[in-house]
Design a protein around this ligand. Structure first.
Ligand code: FES
Ligand code: FES
Length: 165
């Protein structure tokens, strides 16, 4: 099958690649870019394990084609920690609040929570539950996941307040 050239930003790096028109973004990320943090669960837009951030929106990367990401700005879980390895507040929150067991859903949960906190920096627990309702966890129940996101929101809000003072 003939290939199409795409150019996009992934975790702040400019990437050029050739993809088949039928290639899904999740397969492009995992198999061509070796970014295996986004997981494949259902491949039917149901579970959210494949969630990444694209142009300021949470997207289920099993639902869109890589060619649709041409020109886009994509962030995956690999782009969340600081360059020196310092964990993002959400990564720290999931560790501190025991928001995971097997971890399969966690990259998608964190990427969705990342966008949720951009949209609403101080969500109520109900809003957190609504915000992650497209992401399923088979292990933990959601209580500790909600606590992890609350932990990150509080930490990020405290940092913003400190920076403003
Ligand atoms: S693998 Fe994409 S939503 Fe389940
Ligand atoms: S921690 Fe196992 S699926 Fe969520």
């Amino acid at each position: 099958m003939s290939k199409t050239q795409i150019t996009l930003s992934i975790n702040g790096q400019q990437v050029e690649a050739l993809v088949e028109p039928r290639t899904l973004l999740i397969h492009f990320l995992r198999e061509q870019q070796m970014l295996t943090g986004a997981h494949i669960g259902c491949e039917t837009t149901h579970c959210g394990a494949c969630t990444v951030d694209m142009d300021g929106k949470s997207v289920k990367s099993c639902t869109i084609l890589a060619v649709q990401a041409d020109g886009a700005d994509v962030t995956t879980i690999e782009g969340m920690a600081a360059p020196d390895g310092t964990l993002h507040a959400l990564q720290e929150g999931f560790a501190e609040m025991h928001g995971l067991q097997c971890g399969f859903c966690t990259p998608g949960m964190i990427m969705r929570a990342h966008r949720l906190l951009q949209e609403n920096p101080n969500p109520s627990d109900t809003e957190i539950r609504m915000g992650i309702s497209g992401n399923l966890c088979r292990c933990t129940g959601y209580q500790n996941i909600v606590k992890a996101i609350r932990y990150a929101a509080d930490k990020m809000n405290a940092a913003t307040k400190e920076a403003a003072e």
